[in-house]
Design a binder for this molecule. Structure first.
Ligand code: R1P
Length: 305
């Protein structure tokens, strides 16, 4: 499937039928990451449109992703939020994963706030930190799976999209002003580079070390396709990553050979607990921190000129 075959007209028509006039031209779009659907909780005058009712939209099969587009007011700013997103590991083609962002752009969205849950690779970025992304490392982009591969469907969109300016400096500035105004400490928030991996496996220690060595601070399985589509559509983008776990990247491996040798010599060898990450843990941290993220996102939306 190419972008040209996507049902833009049908999607816009179906939304126009159920969303009232004062909400159908949102200024800001929000994508809620894993466990972060409550980001839209304070919108007023809300209208929920299930993904299943919008032509071209998929269904997220991941826990913590509700399948609804919600239109509403944030203060007096019309906003549209995706309660749940689509990931490549669900078996979905990139064109369809990026479709909602392109629909938002056609509805009039000019600024996109993308959120996600991520694993930290940086010892200075603990679990629970909100990281404002300043760059990304798209591992699939570097290995022949760039989401924008394919025919140039729209001649107005550059064939060779620059990505050095993907993350809006003005929106990032607004974010840190909002943090200050809400009485949070700026030093509790981080800036960093997001490594996008396809998933669905969490990173092996060697993979973690590899992407850390390549300059990434956090890692996750989403966001970059949406950011690329948003940039093609000319949107300003800010991406906020909530660290929900720490990626285990030991410098050395426990030697089972040494342990067996010790056992053979009659020594008692303890079997240490080996921590592993789970999606449940990701959702729990999301739940705990979503309120802070919501307050800041709301403030940022109000501050967008
Ligand atoms: C893994 O726990 C899931 O959480 C993150 C990862 O990308 C993966 O989908 O979800 P979001 O990026 O959608 O927030």
């Amino acid at each position: 499937m190419t972008d040209a075959q996507l049902p833009f007209a049908a999607a816009l028509e179906s939304l126009a039928k159920c969303v009232p006039q004062n909400l159908i031209r949102p200024k800001v779009g929000i994508i809620c990451g894993s466990g972060l659907s409550t980001l839209a909780a304070s919108l007023t005058d809300t209208v929920y449109v299930p993904y299943g009712e919008i032509p071209g939209f998929l269904i997220s099969t991941v826990d913590g992703h509700k399948n609804s587009l919600v239109f509403g007011l944030c203060g007096d700013v019309p906003v549209v939020a995706m309660l749940g997103r689509f990931h490549a590991y669900e078996g979905y083609p990139f064109q369809k994963i990026m479709f909602p962002v392109r629909v938002m752009a056609r509805l009039g969205v000019k600024n996109l706030i993308v959120t996600n849950a991520s694993g930290s690779l940086n010892p200075n970025i603990p679990v629970g930190t909100i990281v404002v992304l300043h760059d990304h490392l798209g591992i699939p982009n570097l290995s022949g799976f760039n989401p924008l591969l394919g025919p140039q469907h729209d001649k107005k969109i550059p064939r060779f999209l620059p990505t050095s300016n993907a993350y809006s400096t003005s929106l990032r500035r607004l974010f840190f002003h909002a943090v200050h105004e809400l009485g949070f400490n700026l030093d509790d928030f981080a800036e960093g580079t997001y490594a996008w991996v396809s998933g669905p496996t969490y990173e092996s220690p060697a993979e973690g070390r590899f992407i850390r060595a390549a300059g990434a601070d956090v890692v996750g399985m989403s966001t970059v396709p949406e950011v690329l589509a948003a940039k093609e559509e000319g949107l300003e983008v800010i991406a906020l990553s909530l660290v929900t776990n720490f990626v285990i990247i030991p410098d050395t491996y426990r030697s089972i050979k040494a342990e067996v040798k010790a056992q053979l010599e009659g020594k008692i060898v303890e079997d240490p607990l080996q921590p592993v990450v789970s999606h449940q843990e990701v959702l729990e941290i999301g739940l705990k921190k979503a309120e802070i993220m919501r307050a800041i996102v709301e403030r940022v939306v109000q501050k967008i000129p």
